[in-house]
Design a protein around this ligand. Structure first.
Ligand code: G6P
Length: 363
């Protein structure tokens, strides 16, 4: 097992550091536009012409990637929603042959996600699986598949697969919007070069990350909060999930604007607030973070250098400047590192947290 970890103490840290490579694999040959339209040659031209709405189904970290993809698709003008696969049997919105149901699952074997996929198909929806595992049950069960090509992930806590899911769902969303609307989404020209440079953007971040010192500084805290807006919201949820999975400490993710609607009651000097800035109404998120700061909570801003939040926050986790569609997934890499180092300081069994399994094959 040690051999598989190479120079790293844990698979999780190895997999975090593999992200420049896994992202390069994900996008290879998939980005170049053809005649100004999004190629994503996994799908024939016009594949999504008849789609009028999209439902994502997923669990755990894949649900956060699905939410990321769904919000991006809404922002590109296509009606979309992300649903927890384990809630689908009791609360699925109606589907028809123009509904595309996209299962997002790293393993392709999660029982809850397979059930939702099966139900959607039985009710007449079109289905597509976004997965890491070729030949998995979910890949075989859907009408179409999109492989994220992240390579094997051993750590129970998903890291590199989240980033690859987020990148591929961003690209897929643009392609769906292009097919549905008959023209590429407005921000495509700025987005594609940023997508293409994602491997080097993440590489850069890994070089200078100060996540270890932030983790150490706040290691005695009582609870950890993560806030974000727009595409920062799923990242706040994922930041908190990762943190609780491997540190066993209490962590919660909120939409920035929700903080004042309840969670603020929990805020004290012992509850650091990680605020994620993605360039979407950042001034509002900054105000929300300041509301927590006024109550004594230390604020850690996750944003590029020179961002107004840096002046206000107590600490700063810096991220390279990138398109607002991608800033959240870049910020998430810093949060993965914070969780990792916090768990390491606490001596937790990082790759195999208690009570959790890599893939849950029961409902
Ligand atoms: C388990 C894992 C999570 C994962 C979830 C969904 O709960 O511990 O890390 O996000 O399953 O797995 P999937 O393979 O469907 O992405």
């Amino acid at each position: 097992e040690q051999a598989g970890k190479g120079e790293y103490d844990h698979f999780m840290l190895k997999e975090i550091n593999e992200q420049p490579t896994s992202l390069a694999q994900a996008i290879e040959g998939r980005i170049d536009p053809v005649n100004g339209r999004i190629a994503l040659s996994d799908f024939e031209p016009g594949t999504f012409d008849d789609v009028d709405s999209v439902q994502f189904v997923a669990c755990g970290t894949s649900y956060h990637a699905a939410l990321y993809g769904s919000l991006a698709l809404n922002q590109a003008g296509v009606h979309s929603t992300a649903l927890l696969a384990n809630e689908y049997s009791v609360s699925a919105p109606p589907v028809d042959e123009n509904t595309l149901v996209i299962a997002v699952t790293q393993s392709g074997e999660t029982a809850d996600t397979l059930s939702a996929l099966k139900q959607a198909a039985a009710e007449g929806a079109r289905t597509l699986t976004v997965t890491n595992v070729v030949g998995s049950t979910a890949a075989r069960a859907a009408d179409d598949t999109l492989f994220i090509r992240a390579g094997p992930e051993i750590g129970v806590a998903a890291t590199k697969t989240f980033s690859s899911q987020a990148v591929m769902l961003t690209l897929l969303g643009q392609r769906i919007a292009d097919d549905v609307q008959g023209e590429p989404p407005a921000d495509l020209e700025t987005l594609l070069p940023e997508l293409e440079s994602m491997p080097s953007t993440i590489d850069q971040l890994l070089e200078y990350s100060n996540a270890a010192s932030i983790a150490e500084q706040y290691s005695e805290s009582r609870s950890y909060f993560f806030i974000g807006r727009g595409l920062g919201f799923p990242v706040a949820l994922e930041g908190a999930l990762k943190f609780k999975e491997i540190t066993y400490e209490h962590a919660e993710g909120f939409a920035s604007g929700e903080l004042k609607h309840g969670p603020l009651a929990l805020v004290t000097p012992e509850t650091p607030v990680f605020a994620i800035f993605t360039g979407q109404e950042d001034e509002k998120t900054l105000k929300n973070a300041e509301e927590a700061q006024t109550r004594g909570a230390p604020v850690v801003a996750v944003c590029p250098d020179g961002h107004p939040a840096v002046e206000v926050a107590d600490e700063h986790l810096t991220i390279p400047d990138t398109d607002s569609d991608l800033a959240g997934l870049v910020a998430n890499v810093q949060l993965q590192l914070v969780s990792y180092y916090a768990a390491d300081l606490l001596g937790r069994p990082i790759d195999k947290p208690r009570n959790l399994a890599k893939s849950v094959t029961v409902e």
